[in-house]
Design a protein around this ligand. Structure first.
Ligand code: ZN
Length: 219
């Protein structure tokens, strides 16, 4: 039977992928790619609690060197995390360049090594806009690259690339996902800041549905 890896950050998209999964939980593993983001501590708490809730295996891959050579405002000390969604202004500060490409390459190697057939990612760029390596087109090319580069052993699934944020929020609610356990804020304090691009995205999503988000916000 299929064994699947989830690229897992502990955020709402990650949680929803896992909540909507039909495969037996023992066939799944969530992997956190640790590049020492400011939100690392809270993200790891969320990952562990969500994986415990669903009784799914959890693993961490350390990527220390990424932060040394390609840091951005999400990782660099003394650099403030920009407010607002991805809009073409200062977007290079909001994310490690080509982050999803880097992570997918590493996860593919991990999948081959540990006998997983599928990798699933929750990234999406519709409505709020996001990094170019979260687009439907990018995911399409990565699917092909991973299939070819793994000798046909590994497939990539990216079910949310054509979803707007509210659709992910709706799916999470429909699956009765433990939304209160997720953590999406780029800033990394205990409560969500409510102002960064990631917070804005999920707040907008729940607002469109006329529902309240189940995590706590500072504002
Ligand atoms: Zn935030």
């Amino acid at each position: 039977m299929t064994k699947k890896l989830f690229m897992f950050s502990g955020g709402l998209d990650s949680l929803t992928m896992l909540a909507a999964e039909d495969l037996p939980k023992e066939n799944l593993r969530c992997v956190y790619l640790d590049y020492d983001a400011k939100a690392r501590k809270q993200e790891l708490i969320a990952c562990r609690e969500i994986c415990h809730y669903y009784q799914v295996e959890f693993d961490i891959i350390k990527l220390d060197s990424i932060n040394e050579v390609m840091s951005c405002a999400l990782t660099a000390e003394g650099e403030e995390v920009p407010k607002g969604v991805f809009d073409g202004k200062g977007d290079d500060k909001k994310v490690i360049p080509f982050r999803n490409g880097i992570m997918l390459s590493i996860l593919t190697a991990y999948a081959i090594k540990h006998g997983f057939d599928e990798i699933e990612v929750g990234f999406n760029d519709v409505g709020i806009g996001t990094a170019p390596d979260a687009s439907d087109e990018f995911a399409g090319f990565m699917k092909e690259a991973i299939r070819l580069g793994s000798g046909g052993k590994v497939s990539l699934l990216a079910p949310f690339t054509s979803f707007e944020k509210w659709e992910i929020c709706k799916l999470a609610l429909d699956c009765e996902a433990p939304i209160w356990l997720s953590y999406s804020c780029f800033v990394g304090r205990e409560k969500h800041c409510g102002l960064c691009g990631s917070c804005e995205g999920r707040l907008e999503g729940f607002k469109k549905l006329g529902k309240l988000d189940a995590v706590l916000y500072e504002v």
